[in-house]
Every structure is written in C-alpha cells, then in structure tokens.
Design a binder for this molecule. Structure first.
Ligand code: HMG
Length: 459
C-alpha cells in the first residue's frame, strides 16, 4: 500500500497551428457535394502546419508552455514520455530533442522515450508514466507526457480528415483527473487499416472503410473488457449490476473526424442494449428489431446506424459533444486527439459540473492498438483547487482557436506541396514568416547537410 494516491493529470497544455482552412471552402475547391465534409464528416475547420513546423518544434512549444504555466523547476521532472507517429528520424527520438529545454537546469536524470503506434502512442505514454509512478522506480518527481502529430493526407477523400497539434500533460499524485486503478480494457490485433510504410513520404496508406470497422470493433472489445473489470471490482464491493453508459458522466474518444465519434457513442449504447434483457431502458425502444443481428453485420447496417444515432442523440449531447470542440475546428491530431478532447470537455464545463464525475476515454491507434479507461474527477471544485486551476487553464481554448488565420484552399494546397518538396531535404532554411506563428512558438530554423535540425523560438 505504498503507491501514491490518485495518480493522473495535474495540468495540461494544448498547441495547434495558427492557420486553418475552412471545410466549406475545401468542399467547393474539391468539387464535392456541399455538406460532404461539414455534415458527412462533421468537420468545420482544419488546422495545418507550414514548412517551418515539424514534430520536434510542436513538442518543444507545448512542453515549454506547460512548464512556464506551472512554474515548476525543470528538475522537478523525473520522466518524460513522447507519443507520436510523425517520424522524421528512424533512430533519434523526439524526447532527445526535448532534452535541450532541460539543459540549463542540469537535469539529465529523466527516464522515458518515444512510443509509436499510430494514434495510440500518447495513451501508451500516459500508461507508462502512471506505471512508473506506481512502481519501485518512482523517485517522487513528476512525469511529463507529450503527444503530438501532423496529420496530412494526399489529395483525395482522406485529405479533409487531416489536422495537427500537440498536448503536454503533467502527471503526478493527488491529481484532479485521477486514472481509475485496474480499469483498462484493451484490444490489439494485426490490421492494415492505416499505416506508414513509405519512409520517403509524410503520407500514410489508408483503407478508410476498413479503418472505421476496425475502430468500431476495437471499441466493442475494449468496452466489453472494461465493463467486465469494473463489474468484478463492484462485485467485490457487494454491488451486483451491469455497468452502462449511465455510469459514465462523460465519454471522450479518439477523434479521426467528429461524425465517427457520434457513431461511437451510439455504438456504446448498442453494447448496453445487446447485453440488457427483459424490461430495458426507454431509450432502447427503437433498437429491438436489431437485437438478433449477427455482430459482423452490425458495422455496416445503415438502418441500425440511423436508429442508434436517434436513440443516443441526447446522451451524445450531454456526455460527449463538448469534447469535440477542438476536433471540429482543428481536425485529427492523431496521438493528441483524445487529450485535445479532454481539454475541450474541461473548457466547456465548470469545475462544479465536473467534480466527482467519471470520464470514460477510448484511445484507438490503427494497426491496431486500443484501450478504454477512465478518469475520476476530484470532488473539490473550490476556487484555487487543483481542479479549478486545471479547468481555468484551458478555458481560453475557443478564443485561441478563433484567433487563428483563415487560409484559402489554394494556400493550403500550396503548403501541402511545399511540405512534400521539403520532406527530408537537407541544407535549407524553411521559407516563411515567423510572424504567422503564435507568439512563443518554436520553429525549424535550419536543416544542415548532415540532417541536423536547429530550432528557434518566436518571441
Ligand atoms: P469518403 O469517401 O468521403 O466517405 O471517405 P463517404 O463517401 O462514405 O462519406 C462519408 C460520410 O459523409 C457518409 O456518411 C456519407 O453519407 C456522408 P455515413 O454514411 O458514413 O454516415 N456524406 C454527406 N453527408 C451530408 N451531405 C453530403 C454528403 N456526402 C457524403 N453532401 C473517410 C471518408 C473517413 C473513409 C476518409 O476521409 C478517410 O479515409 N479518412 C482517413 C481514415 C479515417 O479517418 N479513419 C477513421 C477510423 S481509423 C482512426 O481513427 C485512426 C486514424 O486516426 C489514424 C491513426 O490511428 O493514426 C485515422
């Protein structure tokens, strides 16, 4: 019983690019039907990086900002984990670049390195940090978890599901968002739904339809095992009833595009319905016709899709919608997507609303690796409490998003072409005006003939 209590998230910092393209503009530019991206995918804007930013600069920015915000000394950190799938070097970890920030403090005793598997790397990093804190190797210091990615696709139907961003989290005991012990439902399997075998390109290979089925199947499996684990805990405490969505006050998901998340929340309700019997929830009334459907057939059945979206709409609005604010306006941030959803959720609720609640979280990374786990929010929402401080720290998210610069689809396309042109190029300084970056942003200053990268910070 020597474990620290309530290990979890103490503070967060979110970074996204200072420019975006409007999805309505993109629909027109790509000559697709109006509504295909904005309604069909549920995306209104997409953030994108210029050639002056890469994964190292994104992570430098978000870590430095978090440290400045919390005013912690640099030697208070004993572990730093990075989750990313934006690989610019097959050997040298982003973590090693971040050590530059610690240089003046003299602190080099910092465990942790990069973790990669599509969008799951951030969650693996979070789990690693928490596991360290609950082990004999913990030395009493904080952990930092950083996740970030630049999500770009070639011209075509996947391109509007891009995005970019990074999230840094300070992990420690007595956290206002504590990871619930023993409650992780995981599913991993071998699938080729989205992968990046082409090392000469920033773009992935994607089987879009397969990826959606893989995501939903992983969600089913993780929810089933999460429920089994929590029900077992309950049974030991003398509670004998099924776990349902009613037991989650909020539910957040990895968000490749927002429509996918609405369908995922609906899918959880379907799971509850399928394991219910007899007198069921009033919400499930329209679902009875689908009870006997073979599970494999439930992923593509349009009638079921419609019935589920209808049955779950109120639940979605209450438990999940607020978490999609950043994703709607910025797009997929891969490893940082789920944690951006967490920040959005916090930015749209008061500490009083959140106090004492359980937040479910589903992390999915193609290939595939997925986990469903949960946070318990602290009871204390008083002014100045850790929860209140955390909630206040992300409350400017909508304002910050609104301050970005709107770029035309032509400018966006030109930037994507530039990124292709400069990818793995040597001996160059990326062109561009650093005034287009948010103040305090790190950027790539130069790549020398030996592929060594040098960064600078915009005042
Ligand atoms: P698409 O060809 O545009 O698909 O590709 P679509 O034609 O089926 O349209 C999508 C939806 O828009 C459909 O709705 C249409 O009806 C609707 P649904 O039937 O599915 O409910 N629609 C319209 N709605 C209103 N007005 C209109 C209209 N037109 C169509 N005018 C796809 C979409 C997502 C497949 C593509 O963008 C893609 O391949 N994206 C990348 C892969 C992806 O995001 N997968 C998600 C799950 S995998 C994952 O999350 C992992 C990932 O993050 C990577 C990682 O782990 O690192 C991607």
């Amino acid at each position: 019983d020597t474990w620290p209590k309530d290990v979890g998230i103490l503070a967060m910092e979110v970074y996204f690019p200072a420019q975006y393209v409007d999805q309505t503009d993109l629909e027109k530019y790509n000559n697709v039907e109006a509504g295909k991206y904005t309604v069909g995918l549920g995306q209104t804007h997409m953030g994108f990086c210029s050639v002056q930013e890469d994964i190292n600069s994104l992570c430098l920015t978000v870590v430095q900002r978090l440290m400045e915000r919390t005013q912690l000394p640099w030697d208070a950190v004993g572990r730093l984990e990075v989750g990313t799938e934006t690989i610019i070097d097959k050997s040298k970890a982003v973590k090693t670049v971040l050590m530059e920030l610690f240089q003046d403090s003299g602190n080099t005793d910092i465990e942790g390195i990069d973790t990669t598997n599509a969008c799951y790397g951030g969650t693996a990093s979070l789990f690693n940090a928490a596991n360290w804190m609950e082990s004999s190797y913990w030395d009493g210091r904080y952990a930092l978890v950083v996740c970030g990615d630049i999500a770009v696709y070639p011209n075509g139907n996947a391109r509007p599901t891009g995005g970019a961003g990074a999230v840094a989290m300070l992990i420690g005991p007595k956290a206002p968002l504590a990871l619930e012990q023993g409650l992780r439902g995981t599913h991993m399997e071998n699938a080729y739904d989205f992968y990046k075998p082409n090392l000469a390109s920033e773009y992935p290979m994607v089987d879009g339809k397969l990826s959606i089925q893989c995501y939903l199947r992983a969600l089913d499996r993780c929810y089933t095992s999460y429920r089994q684990k929590i029900q077992k805990q309950w049974k030991q405490a003398g509670i004998d009833r099924p776990f349902t969505l009613d037991d989650l006050q909020y539910m957040i998901f990895h968000t490749p595009f927002c429509k996918m998340v609405q369908k995922s929340l609906a899918r959880l309700m379907f799971n509850d319905f399928r394991s219910s019997s007899g007198d069921t929830h009033a919400l499930y009334q329209g679902l009875e016709a689908f009870r006997e459907l073979k599970l494999e057939d439930t992923y593509t059945n349009k009638d079921l899709d419609k019935a589920l979206l209808k049955a779950s709409l109120d639940t979605f609005n209450k438990k999940t919608k607020a978490s999609l604010y950043l994703s709607t306006h910025n797009g997929n941030m891969y490893t940082s997507s789920l944690y951006g959803c967490l920040a959005s959720l916090l930015s749209h609720h008061s500490a009083q609303d959140l106090a004492g609640s359980r937040i479910g979280a589903f992390s999915y990374g193609s290939g595939l690796a997925a986990s469903l786990f949960s946070f318990r929010v602290s009871q204390d929402a008083s002014p100045g409490s850790p929860l209140d401080t955390l909630v206040n720290s992300v409350s400017d998210l909508p304002k910050r998003l609104a301050s970005r610069k709107r770029m035309s689809p032509e400018e966006f396309t030109e930037t994507m072409n530039q990124r292709e042109q400069f990818y793995h190029k040597v001996n160059f300084s990326p062109p561009g005006d650093t005034n287009n970056l948010f103040p305090g942003t790190w950027y790539l200053e130069r790549v020398d003939e030996m592929h060594r990268r040098k960064y600078a910070r915009r005042p």
